[in-house]
Design a protein around this ligand. Structure first.
Ligand code: SF4
Length: 439
């Protein structure tokens, strides 16, 4: 049989899909079927935004902020208009071309990976039209998407294709990424080195829900690095322990690659360790900072200390690593004074901060705040939606309301812009931090 694994519009087309490349490798190593990955997201963006594709691939970025912001505004509008079309039972843009790309493969089975909720709309439109067996999977699948089969993981998919003794299965293999057409000057490969976050305690976070922490073999990670022939790697793990990070660093150093990752700013990241990581090619870190208020960090159960964060940022900057700070406004119980403490922290440490990435608190299924809202002083409400799962809104017993948080975010936006050393648009294209040179 021929099985086509499809990655759908809409998400930012900066790197090949990790989930489907991994699934392709797993199914190919454990069955005799022909498995192909088709990235319709990058295809859509090639049709619709060819000028932007050429611009971002060129690396000639003298007017980056202007171009990137315009592109971001335009894509937001295009995605939203297309999604509305699907809700009204009309076809989204380039539908015929996308459908033809799938049909040209003459597949027996078509599988969709729904990693972002924004991909559910195009999925719904294609599922209605396809005449072959369809399969859906991924974190953003919801009950409103109707396919022939829904599999929760690759084992269920494989069992459907060929029932096998699970003890004979191969889980260890290098991945083979296709890097054509992505919106970066050189390929940036997404790598996952473990199953999930090892810390698993932040109360707003749903990423680690019910998944045990396991580390993938270093030898296989190195084989993937070599096979890709790429020189830039973005580690998409939610969190990596220092001990392991140092081992991964050896691989990147050996192959002369640049890399980036997401970490919690804890005091184990000393200048010495950060210098070692920087020397191996670690270019930027997305730090789970969240707040400059110790009270809020403790409410979140972040397990970090404000004074340690300050030191880590200083040492990281001194070691030559760019610091991007994931910052969250409006965790339940946060007051205006707490939020201002965060702003003050950002200003006081601006010398060691390259980019601030602001988000506002939201409730996600599977997170501790969803499972036990009362404990966090939250009252939740779920509103039905047409294609997506119900929208979860909340009111708080103490601290800032969602509306106040929104208003404060807008008010302090210009203050944060002054702290940023890089264009704020790089928050939508973090992979571009490898290539962006401050003028
Ligand atoms: S927010 Fe990050 S560190 Fe905290 S539990 Fe989630 S993935 Fe782990």
């Amino acid at each position: 049989m021929k099985i086509v694994l499809v990655y759908l519009p809409f998400c930012t087309p900066v790197s090949p899909p990790y989930s489907l490349t991994n699934l392709q490798a797993f199914l190919s190593h454990n069955s005799s079927h022909e498995i192909k990955v088709l990235d319709l997201n990058v295809k859509f963006h090639h049709y619709k935004f060819q000028d932007a594709q050429e611009y971002f691939r060129s690396g000639q970025w003298n007017d980056y902020e202007e171009v990137a912001q315009k592109y971001h505004d335009l894509t937001r509008k295009v995605y939203s208009e297309n999604n509305s079309q699907v809700v009204q039972s009309q076809k989204p843009e380039f539908f015929a071309e996308m459908l033809k790309s799938i049909e040209d493969e003459k597949p027996d089975i078509v599988a969709f990976s729904i990693v972002y909720s924004s991909q559910a709309f195009y999925a719904q439109a294609l599922l209605k039209e396809l005449k072959v067996t369809t399969v859906i999977g991924g974190p953003c699948v919801n009950k409103k998407l109707v396919a022939d089969h829904h599999f929760k993981n690759e084992l269920e998919f494989l069992d459907f294709l060929d029932r096998k003794d699970h003890s004979e299965l191969k889980f260890d293999f290098p991945l083979d990424f296709s890097t054509d057409g992505y919106f970066t000057p050189q390929p940036v490969i997404p790598l996952k080195t473990s199953t999930t976050c090892y810390y698993q305690q932040c109360s707003f976070c749903a990423h680690y829900a019910k998944v045990p922490y396991l580390e993938y073999p270093l030898k296989t990670i190195e084989e993937t690095v070599v096979k890709s022939q790429a020189k830039h790697f973005f580690l998409i793990d939610d969190m990596i322990p220092l001990r392991r990070l140092l081992l991964l660093a050896e691989i990147f150093k050996k192959h002369g690659a640049k890399w980036a990752c997401q970490l919690r700013p804890t005091k184990e990241f000393t200048f010495e360790k950060l210098s070692e990581l920087s020397a191996s090619g670690l270019t930027f870190v997305l730090w789970g900072f969240e707040s400059g208020s110790q009270k809020v960090l403790d409410l979140i159960k972040k397990g970090t200390k404000v004074e340690d964060i300050q030191e880590v940022l200083k040492d990281s900057s001194k070691a030559g690593i760019k610091n991007v700070l994931y910052t969250m406004f409006g965790f339940p119980g946060e007051t205006k004074d707490d939020l201002l403490e965060t702003i003050r922290f950002l200003q006081d440490n601006s010398e060691n901060i390259d980019l601030v990435s602001i988000s506002t608190f939201g409730v996600h299924k599977g997170a501790p705040v969803y499972d036990d809202p009362e404990k966090f002083g939250l009252v939740l409400k779920e509103e039905e939606r047409t294609v997506l799962e119900p929208k979860i809104t909340y009111t708080v017993k103490d601290g800032l309301s969602a509306a106040e948080v929104k208003m404060l975010r807008k008010k302090y936006g210009p203050v944060i812009d002054k702290i940023n050393k890089y264009p704020a648009s790089l928050n939508f294209f973090r992979e571009h931090l490898f290539f962006y040179r401050n003028q």
